[in-house]
Design a protein around this ligand. Sequence first.
Ligand code: FAD
Length: 385
Amino acid sequence: MKDIVIIGGGMAGAAAAAVYGRSYDVTLIDPHEYYPPVFAADKIAGDQLRILMSLGLFDALAAASTPSTRVINAQHGHIIERKVIDEYGIRYQTQVETVRALIPTRVERVVGHATDLELGEEKQRIRLSNGSDVEARLIVLATGFSDVLRAKAGIKRKLLKANHSLSFGFDIASPDGKYAFPSLTYYGDRISDAVDYINMFWIGDIMRANLFVYREPDDKWVREFRTDPQASVYGVMPGLRRFLPSFAVTGPIQVRTVDLYTVEDHIRPGIVLIGDASQTPCPALGMGLSHTLTDVARLETYLAGWLSTPGMSAEKIGQFYADPVKNNVDAIAMHGAHYRRATSTQAGWRWDLHRGQVYWRRRLRGFVQRVNPFDPANAAPVAAS
Ligand SMILES: Cc1cc2nc3c(=O)[nH]c(=O)nc-3n(C[C@H](O)[C@H](O)[C@H](O)COP(=O)(O)OP(=O)(O)OC[C@H]3O[C@@H](n4cnc5c(N)ncnc54)[C@H](O)[C@@H]3O)c2cc1C
């Protein structure tokens, strides 16, 4: 019997296998030998870097990424602020494959679907698509948005907002290959357009664009976007032309809609949920990897205690779900998801006032920054102003 069976080899499962496989007897199950070119996090940034370092995964990911050190934030055709940042552009597929390459060879890899689960206080049984079974003391369920195994384990998906946000990912090229920014975040100009922002950043020698909106998947504008992305983008963000007068889309347009959910009845013996299996983050907030990697890191702190004593009771599992660091990150991610949608779409004088305050506070900070010759952000070679 294995110590741990991890089901799902996306970022959550791959990172868990890489880290837990150093100390425990682990099996990783995923249907894809190589992770497919799915559109998800296209960069790593912020607190994610620190967590990746603590897990010993950062160096390999940094080596496979394109660092960004400066960004221009803009709206209404004006620069709001220039910022010094520490971000790494890397397609999700490359992220997952890079982390999978760090999985110790002693970890057993199964290419296939897990189709059923039998949970118990002592032993868990996982049925595979080829009809065989794997047994383990603990199941780590890292199956992302998929509801099948969660439901088989009796865990309910608690839907908070269907079609919460819609994300577009595509590669672009300016006509002369030049850009008036190192990387750019341009925010929606009008709330009636329900656009949060478009972010443009380098992955290798490709300029990648991620656009986040709060529209239904069958919305007219969404349909038009697929046929004429340039006109659709400039239609809702006319001021963007000042920074990027024209562009071509050079690859497929990837579109993903995200429901906002958490889970209920999840404290059960023998199984623990990590990453998107336990809660969706809104892609626009950019905290999905923070919550995923926090889950991996916090769960690791409980494993030695759980595996060195008999049984895998609900009481043990409950310790992970009560972890204050995990709960804090999950709560910030959920609050942020609601806030970003509200601030991009809500009408009324209170929201107008709030948006105005945020905008002018940032522009003032940006102005002070620009007249300060010692601010490192001023070193950015940018043509637009
Ligand atoms: C469009 C988009 C943009 C995003 N942008 C950002 C961003 O900029 N920054 C950020 O921090 N986060 C972002 N996120 C969130 C981030 O990508 C996710 O939080 C993270 O990828 C979750 O990883 P995961 O491993 O939980 O899920 P996944 O990567 O979905 O992995 C789930 C895995 O489980 C496998 N699986 C499913 N069912 C079974 C089964 N029955 N048996 C075996 N295997 C199974 C699947 O094949 C898959 O490999 C974004 C998300 C989206 C959708």
